[in-house]
Ligand binder design. Sequence first.
Ligand code: GRF
Length: 206
Amino acid sequence: MSKKKIVNIAVFASGFGSNFEAIVRAVREGKIKNSRIALLITDIKDAYVRQRARRLGVKEVFISPASYPSKEKYERALYTILKREKINLIVLAGFMRVVSPYLISKFKNRIINIHPSLLPAFSGKEAIARAYKYGVKVTGVTVHIVDERVDRGPIIVQEALSIDPGWSLKRLEKEIHKVEHRLFPQVINYFVSGGVKVKGRKVKIV
Ligand code: GRF
């Protein structure tokens, strides 16, 4: 039996939740080791990801930012839950809110995010559509550590994807999500196995 401690992961998501589901399945299939998805946190009441969580039997919590007077108060409430659930790692998978320095300081180098472009290109919202409309020939997926600057934290892994000239935007979205669903669980597995070393902006996978 492994003596390694189980890593408790909280996934934050706001929408469709396909990455959330890919992560949950990867844990169950043993592709992400020594971990459990302890919790889904969402900021959107009717987000489809909540239905996925219920179907998959993952505890889910909706906390409305509108119920709190400030971002910090909201995140303090989140932190209380994260502490109670003994969360070691936060995974942002389509969480449409900027995480503030408060939560980042509580989870230094322990919050990771996936972004559907090769950062720093096309940071921010609707990255896939903006890359497509710009006419880039190569785009991709980035997984990075979350720091105080939106989409600018140290990069853990990137995977490039060549855009076939015949592809529609829908097709590109589909191809990007395929990469995400494979890459994100892989990176989470490196992370929970202690294989990700962060030194300033340099991230080494060992
Ligand atoms: C993904 O493309 C992810 O890169 C971005 O938001 C999207 C979430 O998709 N941050 P889903 O909700 O996981 O299907």
